[in-house]
Ligand binder design. Structure first.
Ligand code: SF4
Ligand code: SF4
Length: 278
């Protein structure tokens, strides 16, 4: 794991004061404030797997429908790692979910929206098994919340905004993105297949479920029937399983047990695909 900071949320312009959970900052956002909704009128929001899971569930869409209607792709690095951003409305810079009354998906808004006006940086020191998070105040001219008098600790703000669950569930994914980015030149460009699997397991959860249920997946991986049943019915369990699967696909880490002879069968299938020009 590199020491490179994982700057995950709006980072400019930030007030360069490092805050920890018990530091206090002054900020309040409320419906009566003159800038209400301004921050949602010009967005640049990267989506995480758990953001997508919450939003597609909120909207009653399949993951593919959600991706098609509400996201735009971008490349997260120079190696083709696919990322997704929230689509803006028509020819504007405004969020598609913005309504006169405020956020139309408030209960399931993405982590970046929850954090604002804080930014977060995750770092892992050399030889440390855990990440450390630091926080920054993001001050943009249009945001009048910084002139309010409410003070709170970062911990209180995080709790009020409900970000802990998002951070916990996305952490493993962020770590593998960061690891892939930092060891990119060492291991070379990922194969198209591994990038497709990264997209599937990260963003298209319903597609990933079909893949996990497919004979070709089950022919290779040894999965307990009870676990398989949970993967069929529980999105969060499936998403976390996907992160483990990706560690195996991207870094060769032994996360899932393979069935005896699986490697040979996989090679046979690959040869057949190649012979068929796929
Ligand atoms: S106070 Fe800041 S975060 Fe709140 S609505 Fe205004 S611009 Fe957005
Ligand atoms: S999801 Fe909601 S809070 Fe986030 S930018 Fe869109 S309207 Fe604003």
């Amino acid at each position: 794991m590199s020491d490179e900071p994982d700057i995950a949320f709006p980072s400019n312009p930030i007030t360069p004061t490092k805050l920890d959970l018990d530091n206090v900052f002054t900020f309040a956002c409320h419906r009566g404030i003159a800038c209400f909704n301004k921050c949602c009128q010009s967005i640049d929001i990267q989506l995480t797997p758990y953001d997508i899971l919450r939003l597609k569930t909120h909207l009653g869409l399949t993951s593919r429908e959600f991706l098609f209607r509400y996201t735009v792709p971008f490349e997260m690095d120079g190696q083709g790692m696919p990322g997704l951003k929230l689509k803006t409305r028509d020819d504007t810079t405004a969020c598609s979910f913005l309504t006169e009354e405020g956020c139309g998906v408030y209960a399931d808004r993405p982590a970046a929206c929850r954090y604002y006006a804080l930014g977060v940086v995750s770092m892992r020191k050399k030889d440390s098994p855990v990440d450390e998070d630091f926080y920054f105040v993001v001050k943009e001219d249009h945001c009048l919340g910084h002139n309010e008098t409410k003070t709170q600790t970062v911990r209180e703000y995080r709790e009020e905004q409900g970000v802990s669950l998002y951070d916990e569930l996305n952490r493993e994914w962020r770590q593998l993105v960061l690891k892939k980015r930092s060891c990119g030149p060492v291991v070379g460009k990922p194969s198209d297949r591994s990038l497709q699997l990264f997209f599937l397991a990260s963003y298209d959860l319903d597609g990933f479920r079909e893949f996990v249920n497919s004979p070709s997946f089950q022919e290779v991986y040894e999965i307990e029937p009870a676990v398989l049943e949970e993967l069929r019915t529980d999105d969060v369990t499936l998403m976390r399983f996907g992160f483990r699967f990706l560690k195996q696909v991207l870094f060769g880490e032994k996360m899932l047990n393979e069935k005896p002879g699986a490697l040979e069968k996989r090679l046979e299938r690959r040869r057949a695909r190649e012979a068929a020009g796929g």
